[in-house]
Write a protein that binds this ligand. Structure first.
Ligand code: SAJ
Length: 406
């Protein structure tokens, strides 16, 4: 039996996927409300295919509880928050999970950590806790790392079809963990040691962050010379060995904007490029504010409260606002005493920020300038409504309309 600890954005789909493929699964989360919602058949986030997967997992007998259960395999998929000031990773939630598990797991249990951690964390943290509890790691308890790679917006497909990495210091354990994931993963599974798996996961997200930072810096350079950055990227990407990503209003989400800090924090003297890239990406909300100010001046607009931010989530077609560039832009505006800007996002139904609207037409009626912050499908479908607005498009989706870009 597998006990999945942490039923969040990664733990829940993974638990459901295993159960739907015939593995006996109990999902555990400390949030009792979330457990009652799941037991009542309600999922707390939207993801294509998730509802169907949920129905299938329930029909196969998955259980949800706020208690840990005795199992021979545990999958830990809990958050690893990063302190917003020190940028240090906080491993206390993983530590607590390991402690709970160690209190009653049977001899020979395997603890698989899915959460992204800074390289070396599993050895340092898990081993020290388990040693203290009297276990001999590698003999009567086993550790493995199975970092997830799924992209929000296409998680269910990617859970099945993305290649995976399994890190375990004992090849037999690595094989047995790989066999578990093979119950649903149809792609290649690479086996390695724990430390390599940890570093690989952080390297993947850091690579993307650095690539986006290059695109963002290029956008600023092109703006300086009045060159269209999207033309430059699209032409450059025709080179068979060039693949530049796209500039945007900032890098959000709980992965790309967070994981590179693990390298900066642990290898400060070495991770120079990574640090510089983080700074470029973190500067983008401030840069958007500069663009708004320049455009307002050019258009002789005086009232910031007639500016509307269209999109609040961290990226298109997800309802997740963690580290959202729009939230960062709003903070930046507060610092510059630019109050009263309006906000609307078709995917955010609850009130989250000041001056938030829940109806597009009412929002548009109250603003002269619209800043497209997120390229949701619904935003693209409603572009025709922005024809008479002063438009700043941070995602290159409104090229058919008169607009400003980054
Ligand atoms: N972004 C850009 N320009 C781009 C692409 C993205 O500005 O060209 C921005 C997005 O708008 C968003 C942020 O970057 O604000 C992050 O979005 P994302 O789609 O790049 O990535 P995440 O955070 O949703 O998911 C990433 C994925 N990692 C990689 O692609 C290497 C996913 O596969 C990981 O599983 C996930 O992080 C994770 O949980 O680690």
């Amino acid at each position: 039996m597998v006990n999945v600890i942490g039923l969040g954005y990664i733990g829940l789909p993974t638990a459901l996927m295993l159960a739907a493929h015939g593995v006996e699964v109990v999902g555990t989360d400390c949030d009792v409300n979330r457990i009652s919602e799941l037991n009542a058949g309600r999922i707390f986030f939207n993801e294509p295919g998730l509802k169907e997967l949920f129905t299938s997992a329930v029909s196969k007998g998955i259980q949800f509880t706020s208690e840990y259960v005795r199992a021979n395999t545990y999958i830990i998929a809990v958050p690893t928050p990063c302190d917003s000031k020190s940028k240090k990773i906080n491993l206390s939630i993983i530590a607590a999970a390991i402690e709970y598990i160690s209190a009653f797991c049977p001899k020979g249990a395997i603890l698989i950590i899915e959460s992204t951690v800074s390289p070396g964390s599993i050895e340092k943290l898990a081993r020290s806790i388990l040693d203290m509890k009297g276990f001999t790691v590698g003999e009567d308890i086993h550790l493995a790392h199975a970092p997830e790679r799924v992209i929000p917006g296409n998680m269910i497909q990617e859970l099945k079809h993305n290649p995976r990495t399994i890190g375990a210091d004992n090849p037999a354990i690595a094989k047995s963990v790989a066999d578990l994931y093979r119950s649903f993963c149809e792609s290649e599974i690479t086996l390695t040691n724990i430390r390599t798996a940890e570093m690989t996961k952080v390297a993947e997200n850091t690579f993307r962050d650095v690539n986006i930072a290059f695109a963002n810096e290029l956008a600023k350079i092109c703006r300086n010379d009045n060159i269209n950055v999207y033309d430059v990227i699209s032409i450059a990407n025709k080179h068979p060995r060039v693949n530049i990503l796209f500039p945007g209003p900032g890098v959000g989400g709980h992965c790309i904007a967070v994981d590179p800090w693990f390298l900066v924090g642990d290898y400060f003297k070495l991770a120079n490029l990574v640090f510089a890239a983080r700074k470029v990406n973190d500067s983008m909300p401030e840069y958007v504010l500069e663009r708004i100010a320049t455009i307002m001046k050019a258009e002789k607009m005086e009232d910031i409260s007639r500016v509307g931010l269209y999109g609040l989530t961290y990226k298109a077609d997800v309802d997740d606002v963690r580290e959202s560039p729009t939230l960062q832009l709003l903070e930046c505006m507060e610092r510059h005493l630019a109050h009263g800007v309006k906000v609307y996002d078709p995917l955010i139904k609850q009130d989250m920020v000041k001056n938030q609207y829940h109806n597009l037409d009412v929002f548009l009626g109250d603003v002269d300038m619209v800043v497209i912050m997120v390229g949701h499908k619904e935003v693209i479908e409603n572009l025709f409504k922005l024809e008479n607005k002063i438009l700043l498009d941070t995602h290159n989706i409104a090229s058919a309309l008169r607009h400003y870009s980054l």
